[in-house]
Design a protein around this ligand. Structure first.
Ligand code: CO
Length: 477
């Protein structure tokens, strides 16, 4: 970058604001309600963000399960409020917003309805970076005239060389993606690596590059700085009350960092300050109610040592607590990279983070590795989640899979073997259907959605409406 030419080479960096999705998913257990979001939407719409990420990821599940809200209704309300700003969602490839691969007809219908209800940009990723698991969603997004962004899950390991990333980026561009995101969910991308990576990507592809990282290990704002200096087009940040810690770098801080340079975002700090004032009490309340644990607010260097996403660390700890085995925490953390290697060294992100984490807990608590294998571990080894960058450990395959299971191992795109399921799902749930989108809520989370539908019906008929505890999802069914 040539600072002397800054006048002739103005290249403002674009900002994607995450406070309505990733930031509260990372810091408030995804519990921000639509009611908490709506009063500030008008101001946020005036900022001039490149996009606001506000839907998908865990928010869909959390709406139905804990908040007793219809996620589709949330999306429509946000769309009504954001008249000038693009809305972005996070989409787990063939797993949509769930934890298993779905048939193509469900994926296509979900994309169609997401866009019809107001989404502009769909960020699509796969936990193995198996691009076959992204193609249906990308093609469907193109067809609906949405913006298909493919996110590569960033991780470390001997297979993940610069060549790996540039080769993947080329394939992402070729498959019809409109932009590429590097999704560093664990905060592993350090500043000078980011510089190299972004340079290499910019030399390889023409589509815009976006960087998504987390503050967990404490380096994220420096990483964004080096990435922008290297040509990164868009960065993900969160308004300061829900920034840092396990979330993203702070929007205001990054805006100030680039002020007066060729990368100047042009965003108005006064307006941002008003928005921050709105969210600050939400942070304070969350600390008081213990929803936000101040422990997650510092730099966690274990992230760099164990390469485990922040959310996974807290999940492991709570699994061990349940078993009364908190003293095994360090042992389990050391087991995680070994299990990851046995399973073909995938990135650790939903659902592979849960699969590797749970198997690591079993391996330690049983006192013998793979004495018990979870169904998900077996499914991974049978190819049902797709292809990993490295082969599986053959000794582990021998120990875990029966001869019959080995014979059922697949190498094709997993969804090729899943029959269309939309019609069957619709007939299963038709007594609850009040809008087309209900079929999709049920497809992803049959039990949780049914409980929500029952709750909704009770609300509408006025029966027991004082039972509703919308904050804690404690409605007894
Ligand atoms: Co994230």
């Amino acid at each position: 970058m040539n600072i002397e030419n800054s006048n002739s080479e103005v290249k403002p960096v674009k900002i994607t604001e995450t406070i309505l999705r990733d930031a509260h998913q990372s810091m408030l257990a995804t519990r921000m309600t639509t009611e908490q979001m709506l009063p500030i939407v008008d101001k946020m719409d005036k900022v001039g963000y490149h996009a606001v990420e506000c839907w998908g990821g865990a928010t869909f599940d959390a709406c139905l399960r804990f908040l007793k809200e219809d996620p589709w209704d949330r999306l429509r309300k946000l769309r009504d409020g954001f008249k000038n700003t693009k809305l972005q969602m996070l989409f787990r490839g063939q797993n949509i917003l769930g934890y298993r691969p779905y048939a193509d007809d469900v994926v296509e219908y979900f994309v169609q309805k997401s866009i019809a209800n107001g989404i502009d940009i769909i960020r699509i990723f796969d936990c193995f970076n198996d691009l076959r698991n992204l193609q249906t969603a990308v093609t469907a997004t193109n067809k609906e005239n949405g913006h298909a962004q493919v996110a590569l899950s960033y991780t470390l390991g001997e297979s993940y060389t610069l060549d790996y990333w540039t080769n993947m980026a080329k394939r992402v561009e070729d498959m019809g993606a409109n932009s590429l995101c590097i999704k560093d969910m664990a905060g592993l991308l350090v500043p000078y690596e980011a510089e190299q990576l972004v340079h290499a990507l910019k030399e390889t592809v023409d589509i815009p590059i976006e960087l998504h990282t987390h503050y967990t290990s404490g380096v994220a704002s420096m990483t964004l700085l080096k990435a922008v200096e290297s040509g990164c087009d868009i960065i993900d940040t969160a308004m300061s009350p829900l920034a840092l810690g396990t979330s993203q770098p702070a929007t205001e801080v990054m805006v100030e960092t680039f002020k007066g340079t060729e990368f100047d975002t042009g965003l108005d700090q006064k307006l941002l300050a008003q928005i921050a004032d709105y969210f600050r009490p939400i942070r304070e309340e969350a600390i008081e109610s213990k929803l936000l644990n101040p422990k997650v607010l510092g730099a966690n260097i274990k992230t760099l040592l164990y390469q485990v996403p922040g959310g996974m660390l807290s999940n492991l700890l709570s699994q061990l607590k349940e078993q009364g085995a908190e003293d095994k925490y360090e042992e389990v953390l050391a087991e995680v990279p070994r299990v990851r290697k046995d399973l073909g060294e995938p990135p650790l992100v939903t659902p592979s983070s849960q699969i590797v984490g749970t198997q690591s807990v079993f391996n330690v608590l049983m006192g013998e590795r793979y004495k018990v294998a979870t169904k998900e571990t077996k499914d991974v080894l049978m190819g049902k989640y797709g292809k990993t960058v490295k082969p599986f450990n053959p000794q582990v395959v021998d120990k875990v899979l029966s001869a019959e299971e080995k014979a059922q191992t697949i190498t094709c795109r997993p969804a090729d073997l899943i029959e269309p399921e939309l019609h069957k799902i619709e007939s299963e749930m038709k007594q609850w259907k009040q809008q087309d989108e209900d079929v999709l809520s049920y497809a992803l989370f049959p039990q949780v959605a049914t409980e929500f539908f029952k709750y909704r019906q009770a609300q509408q008929t006025g029966i027991d409406d004082n039972v509703a505890d919308t904050k804690n999802g404690a409605y007894p069914v």
